[in-house]
Write a protein that binds this ligand. Structure first.
Ligand SMILES: [Mg+2]
Length: 244
């Protein structure tokens, strides 16, 4: 039986200095840089060991990062990649998977204007209420993928109303919140849907596959539940909210 690991990246395999257990990133390996090429995220020896074990299996990242941000992570992933919260699925050649491309083209077309309008609405609230937040549509490979809102976590709570309204736009429109980040996700930006799409491809090509789902955020639970086993870091949003 071969194992396929679907894993989130941030706060699962790597984390920023602030979130490192000893608080300063010392004795941690640098595993991602920022846009200025400075160390941005770190991994413990245990995280690296876990990554290498996963990489001996078939390891598929399932991340909110876009391609550019994924390229700043030094861990390598050489099979499929699920990025942009599931909006983009890349094949081994880093091209959008052919069948997914058709689906994405059709669905994102219907959402371009809606996403632009929500960004305008959020920016208006930020200005009106003097919130310490930034908001924009994250596009990748020319497709609008999701709305990213970053800043003070207390200020993010002030967007409750607009987030709720966004979720009512469509059955599978969702909001992801973890710490200082909020993402408004159209239905095609869905880690679970992307993972299940890849599982079908993998099952068609290989028999006897065992799927592991690895992640730290409550919003990862949906894709993890599509796998045979779930793996959760001890320090994580899921452990804090659901397990303790
Ligand atoms: Mg994460």
């Amino acid at each position: 039986m071969s194992i396929v690991v679907f894993t989130d990246i941030d706060d699962t395999l790597i984390q920023t200095k602030r979130k490192c257990e000893n608080g300063n990133g010392a004795e941690m390996a640098v595993t991602a840089i920022d846009k200025e090429a400075q160390p941005a995220s770190f991994s413990s020896a245990g995280q690296l060991h876990f990554y290498h074990w996963c990489n001996d299996q078939r390891l598929i990242p399932v991340t909110g990062r876009n391609k550019e941000a994924l390229d700043r992570v030094s861990l390598s992933f050489d099979t499929y990649k699920v990025i942009d919260h599931g909006a983009i699925i890349l094949d081994k050649e880093n091209k959008i998977e052919a069948d997914w491309l058709q689906l994405l083209t059709r669905e994102s077309n219907q959402w371009q204007e809606i996403l632009d309008q929500y960004v305008e609405d959020v920016l208006a609230i930020i200005t009106e209420q003097g919130l310490s937040l930034r908001c924009r549509v994250i596009s990748d490979f020319g497709f609008p993928c999701y709305i990213s809102i970053k800043g003070e976590s207390t200020d993010l709570l002030r967007l409750d109303g607009i987030a709720e309204r966004f979720c009512q736009q469509a059955e599978n429109a969702r909001v992801h919140i973890n710490g200082k980040n909020m993402a408004l996700l159209p239905p095609y930006a869905c880690k679970k849907r992307a993972v299940e799409f890849l599982q079908k491809i993998l099952i068609a090509a290989h028999s006897n596959l065992l799927f592991l789902g690895v992640g730290d955020s409550n919003s990862d639970l949906a894709f993890m539940s599509s796998c045979h086993f779930q793996v959760i870091p001890s320090v994580s949003q899921i452990s804090q909210d659901k397990l303790l």
